[in-house]
Design a protein around this ligand. Sequence first.
Ligand SMILES: Nc1ncnc2c1ncn2[C@@H]1O[C@H](COP(=O)(O)OP(=O)(O)O)[C@@H](O)[C@H]1O
Ligand SMILES: [Mg+2]
Length: 269
Amino acid sequence: MSFVGAYCNTPLRVNVETKPPLGLIKEEVRKSRYRIKMIENSLLQTVRIYKEYTNGERTLPVLQDISLDIKKGEIVAIVGASGAGKSTLLHIMGILDTPTSGYVVYKGINLTELRAKKRAEMRNRIFGFVFQFYHLLPDFTALENVILPCLIGSSYSNWQKLRKEYTNKAVSLLERVGLGGRLTHKPFQLSGGERQRVAIIRALITNPELLLCDEPTGNLDTKTGHEIRELIWDLNKVLNQTVVIVTHDEEIARHAQRIVRIVDGRILE
Ligand SMILES: Nc1ncnc2c1ncn2[C@@H]1O[C@H](COP(=O)(O)OP(=O)(O)O)[C@@H](O)[C@H]1O
Ligand SMILES: [Mg+2]
């Protein structure tokens, strides 16, 4: 299965602009108090991230002094033992979670300090997420699952206008990953590999700048995992998709342009 290969019988339509109007975000950036120095070519930086959890009297340090710089178009693998803090780091990168200290910077904008509403807007705009257990909505079809993120931030009238365009794009992408015959299947009617392909397309439908994957092959057999890996790498090749992938599979990590090793919450130099 390949994004560019066997199923490539429909034109690629991922450049269609389907995001909510940019005006608000641009305005926010212009007057932002949070602009900070940008590293050249940097898409996303984590700056001195610490994360700890407090449970009663006890404090558990999970991440310590994590500084990373993700450049446009690269695939970075984050590897480490179970409990090392990989998922915590990925959630902080995708501003699903906040660090105890430190910050996350997207093209010079400090995302960590934005207000909740703006942060959510930026999250939907910048990131696509793929998880180990797919997180598809069980009562919706494959096609509906893919289209749902487009609804976020869209007014009813706007949605009515764009619905057809979104649907065409979703169908086209699903066809490209061999799921043209599964559009109306619900998640329970799909195999693990098919579910993950739907989840990947759902993550791509908003044209994210950065695809964040947390053990995307962790729940799949070796062969299917290999196919999903190839699909993600194809996206990088064909769309220049920037990817951060958390994995404990060294074979997958080996293919990344860069490997970041986390041991006990710290980057192993
Ligand atoms: N919400 C939480 N409250 C307390 N401890 C947590 C929480 N989430 C994760 N942890 C702890 O943080 C550590 C790192 O977790 P995680 O980032 O999920 O590791 P990994 O993804 O590398 O397996 C683990 O010891 C885990 O138990
Ligand atoms: Mg994890």
